[in-house]
Design a protein around this ligand. Structure first.
Ligand SMILES: [Zn+2]
Ligand SMILES: [Zn+2]
Length: 142
């Protein structure tokens, strides 16, 4: 277990995430929602217990955007309202205690120390993007 520091672009919010060895890499998500929310071609994520994330600055400032996933259950996206960086998402379909951390905003995500671990929603990967890790058409079999 290693602690990683993250912050939003404007610095109003900061956090510490504790990642187990098998969580110390990015899951690239190519789904269309991630394209919309990031304005980029994929997002960098890891699934972690809610208790593994501690917002150390500006927790009360985080804003919440809600959309409904394919399951029909809500997904809460927590982001800095000043600079719009997304800190984490809470998909209710995964239960109360599990969240999706945006690993790209950790210091080691910004500087490239964390590497791609897997790619999901590969079916929506743009045709000009190269595969960089084991790819699943949608989600890995559970
Ligand atoms: Zn910010
Ligand atoms: Zn996605």
């Amino acid at each position: 277990m290693t602690s990683y520091n993250g912050k939003c672009h404007c610095g109003a919010t900061e956090w510490i995430a504790k990642l187990e060895k098998d969580q110390q890499g990015h899951i690239l998500c190519h789904c269309d929602t991630c394209k919309y929310l990031s304005g980029a071609t994929f997002t960098l994520n890891q699934i972690i217990p809610k208790s593994a994330l501690k917002i150390t600055k500006g927790e009360d400032k985080l804003n919440k955007y809600t959309y409904y996933g394919e399951s029909g259950k809500p997904v809460y996206c927590y982001f800095c309202p000043t600079c719009t960086s997304h800190v984490y998402h809470h998909q209710m379909v995964m239960g109360n205690d599990t969240i999706i951390l945006r690993t790209g905003l950790l210091t080691e995500g910004i500087n490239g120390t964390l590497k791609p671990a897997a790619e999901i929603f590969g079916k929506a990967r743009l045709p000009w993007e190269k595969e960089v890790a084991q790819t699943f058409e949608t989600l890995p079999p559970s």
